[in-house]
Design a protein around this ligand. Structure first.
Ligand code: NDP
Length: 344
């Protein structure tokens, strides 16, 4: 693979999204040029203001329907790399295809466009997820990049629209990432580019978008908001997850663009595991007023069931994303306050 370096041009899909806005920022700061795709220019006007200092190193193009064949044919022309972040991440689903079709077809559509019209493209970075890696387990397990969440795919096949929305989301990310690797394997003799998948858990930290109302908050920031404002039962607060700072995931995309050894790799980028109760205990320590309390201290010392390897992010991207959970919580709450969200 030919090494990519600034001022190469990167296509970032879904550029107005919570993560993608940070990805664009990090590429521009690193000296790359960025072409962002959005569904609506009016909804994304804030990006032109935010990145106006970068002049013609930043441009936006409209791709209205990412699932259409040829949707990205024009957008990929002249770019050296592609960061494909656009994919639905919400739980307002009535049937699995609400998430699975845009996730899978959005991915194959951009890879097809890169195959046919991306003669300069040398690398594609796919924003996958840790939910494409781990599956639910009753006994403690350590997951690595060699694991796949086939359980979610099977559950959705069996239950169809009765599957819970989070499982449907997990299946959408698993199927989309598998489709990408299968595409690369099927076209290996024709494509001058390689693939890297980034697999983050819950991404937290301040949003760069205006997101003026709570309705516009993205799903992962909403996870913190709902926990702090008392939307979880005590039983749910005993649930666990893992998280990483949004700036770190964005930086991972940039480093995955030029790290030659990242070629063909899935890379888990995670900071640490947490119990939902921990968020409430840390909010209390931070003196944040009016937040739910749950059962303080009830998760102290309990081992996590889902554990993940983080070696590759360090070895291939030089990332050790060890931000304290307390810090990202404080940053997110400051963001909620700035935006005047109810309860803060
Ligand atoms: P956002 O909802 O903030 O952004 C999603 C982006 O994808 C938006 O630009 C959105 O466009 C676009 N998009 C969604 N659905 C479609 C569709 N059907 N057709 C075209 N574009 C679409 O999400 P995040 O920033 O949180 O997530 C970005 C990526 O990161 C996703 O791939 C997600 O799966 C992945 N991810 C996110 C994590 C997190 O905790 N946030 C964790 C792990 C992975 P529009 O604004 O027009 O709807």
């Amino acid at each position: 693979m030919v090494a990519i370096s600034p001022p190469s041009k990167v296509l970032v899909t879904g550029a107005n999204g919570y993560l993608a806005t940070w990805v664009v920022k990090k590429y521009l700061e690193a000296g790359y040029s960025v072409r962002g795709t959005v569904r609506s220019l009016s909804k994304s006007a804030f990006l032109n203001d935010k990145f106006s200092d970068y002049g013609d190193r930043f441009e936006l193009v409209v791709v209205e329907d990412i699932t259409k064949d040829g949707a990205f044919d024009e957008a990929v022309k002249g770019v050296d790399a592609i960061a494909h972040t656009a994919s639905p991440f919400h739980f307002r689903v009535t049937k699995p295809d609400d998430l699975i079709i845009p996730a899978v077809q959005g991915t194959t559509s951009i890879l097809n466009s890169a195959l046919k019209h991306g003669s300069n493209v040398k690398r594609v970075i796919l924003t996958s997820s840790i939910v494409a890696v781990y599956e639910q387990t009753e006994v403690p397990r350590v997951f690595t990049e060699s694991n796949w969440n086939n359980a979610a795919v099977e559950a959705v096949k069996t239950k169809g629209s009765a599957a819970d929305p989070f499982t449907i989301y997990q299946a959408s990310k698993t199927l989309a990432e598998k489709a990408a690797w299968e595409f690369v394997a099927a076209h290996s003799s024709e494509i001058p580019w390689d693939l890297v998948a980034i697999n983050p858990p819950w991404i937290w930290g301040p949003s760069l978008s205006p997101a003026p109302t709570l309705d516009d908050i993205n799903t992962s920031q909403r996870e913190i908001y709902d926990t702090l404002t008392g939307a979880r039962t005590n039983a749910q607060l005993q649930g666990e997850g893992s998280w990483v700072h949004v700036a770190v995931v964005a930086e991972a995309h940039v480093r995955a663009t030029h790290a030659v050894d990242a070629s063909g790799q899935r890379i888990i980028v995670t900071s640490s595991s947490f119990f939902y109760q921990d968020l409430l205990d840390l909010a209390a320590e931070l003196g944040i007023a009016n937040v739910a309390r749950g059962e303080p201290g009830s998760t102290k010392g309990i081992p996590f069931v889902i554990n993940v390897e983080t070696k590759k992010a360090e070895e291939l991207l030089g990332l050790t994303p060890a931000t304290p959970l307390k810090d990202v919580l404080a940053e997110s709450v400051d963001d909620f306050k700035r935006r005047g969200y109810p309860g803060f």
